[in-house]
Design a protein around this ligand. Structure first.
Ligand code: RIB
Ligand code: CA
Length: 313
């Protein structure tokens, strides 16, 4: 009997998505039924290629499916100003050792949910276009989802606009569908991910790990840090490892602090479109729909990553 937790991962690799995948594989605690890619940090062509290259690097062949090309109603805006031309600049990744599966990500996730004999956890670390499309096309499959653990949003501020975090901002309508879907949600927003920081000494520790994956993590974070050091000086020189917080929370929730809150998404505001409106003090007296994660033990988070990635090639 496979004791591992069955999960589906939807991501837009992306430096921190890549490290999230390494953690998800290296911890050996998850039965990864599929990896699906979304457009966000880069175009779908590039995020799909990057997912295949990262999984090849770590020697893990899992079914990979291509997701939606663009947001539900808006033009795609990419995050190349952080992640570079390839979407994962800064390290040499191998060419894919295997091909993506044919067929759409949405149909593939639906088939996995349909066939599953137990509930499946979904992890989403990019814009929520694929997830919203799944909920719209297959609402009857929502009960097969144990929980959706997503990186996105924030209680107090954004990182793409003053109040909107990138993943939510790129497809706010999709995010609004997801937060109103009555599926159990866990939100790792900027409040926690801006505490999940890697500093120079952490980079050097991974560089000296002795395997190719540790070296790749060091190079990825080194590149990622360039943006943070010049644009987020308040983080003290650290780079925010946003996406790995989702998997780390699934592995060790005790490292985090969270609160059940009612959350919805602004899609019309002139200045606020893409904001996750988190009712932290329950002022609206609405039923909480999201476990909002807002703090992490940084050192324990880094050690968890280190221990998991040590097991990879
Ligand atoms: O705002 C951070 C999020 O946007 C992360 O998921 C990062 O990979 C980018 O997609
Ligand atoms: Ca991402």
């Amino acid at each position: 009997m496979d004791k591992r937790t069955p999960i589906i991962i939807d991501c837009d690799p992306g430096h921190d998505d890549a490290i999230m995948l390494m953690l998800a594989v290296g911890c050996r605690q998850f039965d990864i039924r599929a990896v699906t890619t979304c457009a966000g940090n880069q175009t779908q062509d590039k995020t799909l290629l990057n997912a295949l290259r990262v999984l090849t690097l770590i020697g893990e062949e899992v079914p990979v499916y291509r997701g939606c090309e663009k947001p539900l109603f808006r033009n795609l805006v990419i995050g190349d100003y952080v992640h570079g031309e390839s979407g994962i600049d800064g390290t040499e990744l191998p060419a894919p050792g295997f091909a993506a599966k044919t067929g759409s990500a949405i149909a593939a996730i639906a088939a996995i949910l349909e066939k599953a004999t137990e509930q499946i956890t979904i992890v989403a670390t990019g814009p929520l276009t694929n997830i919203a499309s799944l909920f719209l096309a297959f609402p009857e499959l929502k009960p097969k989802i144990k929980q959706l653990v997503l990186m996105g949003g924030g209680i107090t501020r954004g990182n793409y606009t003053p109040l909107a975090e990138f993943n939510i901002y790129i497809d706010p309508e999709a995010a609004a569908i997801v937060f109103n879907a009555s599926v159990p949600l866990v939100m790792c927003g900027l409040d926690v991910t801006h505490k999940a920081l890697f500093f120079e000494e952490d980079i050097e520790r991974f560089r000296g790990m002795g395997n190719r994956t540790g070296k790749a993590v060091a190079e990825l974070v080194q590149f990622f840090s360039v943006f943070y050091r010049s644009n987020r000086p308040e983080l003290g020189g650290g780079a925010a490892l946003h996406d790995p917080c989702t998997i780390a929370w699934l592995l060790e929730p005790s490292l985090f602090k969270s609160k059940p809150c009612f959350v919805d998404v602004e899609t019309q505001g002139k200045l606020t479109t893409g904001a996750t409106v988190v009712d932290f003090y329950n002022l609206l007296k609405r039923q909480p729909n999201t476990e909002v994660i807002y703090d992490v033990d940084r050192e324990a988070f880094v050690n968890l990553l280190f221990a998991s990635i040590q097991s990879l090639p």
